[in-house]
Design a protein around this ligand. Structure first.
Ligand SMILES: Cc1ncc(COP(=O)(O)O)c(C=O)c1O
Length: 368
């Protein structure tokens, strides 16, 4: 399958490549750091959506996985994974029926941020004869889901406690907007502010007589700060496994070298050479996400990629002649891993350019 000059000669394009050596290193790095800090790691599967990657995380010592959507957890459960925190509220009769189904075959906990949702969760679980673990979602600064910091979390914990089919387990506080802040000192300040908000909710709960067993949150960018701050008991990084150009800009302090490698790339082929200064490749918006900018060209000095339509991309040379022949392959590094992975059925898993397997992305498109 391998050719020294064209390592992915037998792989058709566009393809999503995943360097397993690098994945294993990234998993080990975050797991060992969490273990050393005595914090639980519950990686977010929304980035990879792949049972094999989830299994590697669990084998390395993860306490379970996070899923953003119920359908993601259902898909992973079908492939043998079994302990999920659904980090987005599960609302409405249709979804609650599915949640009960999942809870019957798998360990699952959910977050909630409203009395109405807690009431419907309680009713569904009572009817099913199940007890469900629930965490109160606190808005620690993102302005997305979550109750306001402070007393509101205690009010919701009371509603959970009143419900014999629900068990209050703790708090979730995730601030996504600070994860990509490149400068470590600025990111540290924002993490401290966010965790102070979570602390206000925890204080109100303790005042009201609740134990707060789990405090879950954090992402790949806040991870080094969360390790030291210890405001959370459980960390939820997702992108650290696959990485992307956005996260590559995030500084972690210490040396200039980024502590995480870049295992995720896109394999593209040159399909047209219509001009001296322009090569057209088979990766466009349908094969690489653009919400966080354009992919970059890997290991080819001076080459620049730009989107040129749904199915097309253009590669130009920033300096000198463009030395790309028809049919030649290049690797692109995605700007945002989550939304790019969601475009593919499978990872082409390789070790240092030697393809080994296809790993299905079973959670791909599972947005319900
Ligand atoms: C609730 C929650 N936790 C954790 C993560 C993982 O963050 P990251 O991909 O920055 O590691 C996300 C990502 O969007 C998230 O929404």
């Amino acid at each position: 399958m391998n050719d020294a000059r064209e390592p992915f000669a037998a792989v058709d394009t566009p393809a999503l490549l995943l360097d397993l050596d690098q994945v294993e290193r990234n998993i080990r790095r975050y797991q060992q750091a969490a273990d050393a800090a005595r914090l639980r790691l519950r990686p977010h599967a929304k980035a990879h959506k792949c049972p094999q990657v989830g299994k590697l995380q669990l084998e390395a010592g993860a306490a379970g996985l996070c899923c953003a959507k119920l359908a993601e957890a259902e898909a992973l459960a079908e492939h043998g994974l079994a302990d999920f925190l659904v980090t987005t509220p599960v609302v409405g009769a249709m979804k609650l029926g599915r949640l009960i189904g999942l809870a019957r075959r798998s360990k699952v906990s959910v977050v909630a941020d409203s009395e109405e949702n807690i009431a419907e969760l309680g009713k569904a679980c009572a009817q099913a004869g199940l007890t469900l673990d629930v965490l109160v979602d606190v808005d620690v600064g993102q302005g997305r889901t979550g109750v306001a910091p402070g007393e509101s979390a205690a009010a919701l914990a009371r509603r959970i406690r009143e419900n014999p089919s629900l068990r209050f387990r703790g708090l979730q506080g995730y601030q996504g907007r600070l994860q990509g802040v490149a400068a470590l000192d600025e990111r540290t300040r924002l993490v401290e502010e966010a965790m102070a908000r979570l602390g206000r909710s925890e204080a109100a709960l303790r005042e009201a007589g609740f134990g707060v067993e789990i405090k879950t949150g954090g992402g790949s960018g806040s991870f080094p700060i969360d390790l030291h701050l210890k405001a959370l008991t459980e960390l939820q990084p997702g992108s650290y496994v696959t990485m992307d150009t956005n996260y590559a800009k995030v500084r972690f302090g210490g040396t200039d070298e980024h502590p995480l490698g870049q295992p995720l790339t896109l394999l593209a082929s040159v399909i047209s050479r219509p001009a001296q200064d322009r090569a057209v490749v088979d990766v466009g918006w349908k094969a690489a996400s653009s919400d966080s900018g354009t992919p970059t060209v890997r290991a080819r000095e001076g080459l620049v990629f730009e989107f040129a339509g749904d199915e097309h991309g253009i590669v130009r040379s920033g300096a000198g002649a463009l030395a790309l022949r028809l049919g030649e392959r290049i690797e692109l590094v995605p700007s945002h891993c989550d939304t790019t992975v969601n475009l593919y059925d499978a990872f082409v898993v390789h070790r240092s350019g030697r393809p080994e397997a296809l790993w299905p992305i079973v959670g791909r498109g599972k947005s319900q």
